[in-house]
Design a protein around this ligand. Structure first.
Ligand SMILES: Nc1nc2c(c(=O)[nH]1)N[C@H]1C(S)=C(S)[C@@H](COP(=O)(O)O)O[C@H]1N2
Ligand SMILES: [Mo]
Length: 156
């Protein structure tokens, strides 16, 4: 079902852009198309102390993999120069490296959560979940943009 959002009924879209053969615009219900994972997470916040949440959603890796990143999948070294820039609707940003979530390298079980504590995130937008993080700062809520960039090199 396709609906357009209004001020009274906002629908957050997530734009997947950058070095991708299949860029996409996804709503939270679209993220149910990938295998769903669960994570029980505890993290510390500098201002609000220890927080506990339960999240469900697809792996960030699975969603981005299907958008076809612009590297040769058969050449593992080719993936190492790719950065993933994620932004929340409020302008909170985080950078990950592709290798951090790639099963052949760091394999961090990073989720794009579609629910928090059994509450769907359809309106707020997906939330980034890094179960291994001690600090909460990378658990960005309301993610509306993910940009893949393979230009990175230390050569000037
Ligand atoms: N979009 C967005 N997400 C964010 C932040 C933010 O400023 N903007 N702050 C982060 C920080 S610092 C923490 S500790 C957690 C707190 O999450 P909680 O209050 O839902 O437990 O949200 C994270 N996600
Ligand atoms: Mo925080």
């Amino acid at each position: 079902m396709s609906r357009s959002g209004t001020a009274a009924d906002p629908v957050t879209e997530l734009a997947l852009t950058g070095d991708l053969a299949r860029p996409a615009r996804l709503r939270v219900p679209d993220l149910l198309a990938w295998p769903q994972h669960q994570a029980r997470v505890s993290f510390e916040c500098a201002t609000s102390g220890t927080r506990h949440h339960r999240f469900t959603g697809p792996l960030l890796h699975d969603v981005l993999h299907d958008a076809r990143p612009g590297f040769d999948p058969a050449r593992r070294k080719d993936r190492l120069r790719f950065l993933i820039a994620l932004s929340g609707a409020d302008g909170h940003h985080v950078l990950l490296s592709w290798a951090e979530i790639d099963p052949d390298f760091g394999q961090a079980p990073v989720l794009l959560a579609v629910s928090i504590d059994d509450t769907p995130l359809d309106r707020a937008g997906p939330q980034l979940v890094l179960p291994q993080d001690r600090c909460g700062a990378r658990h960005i809520s309301g993610i509306n943009a993910i940009h893949l960039d393979g230009r990175y090199t230390s050569r000037t």
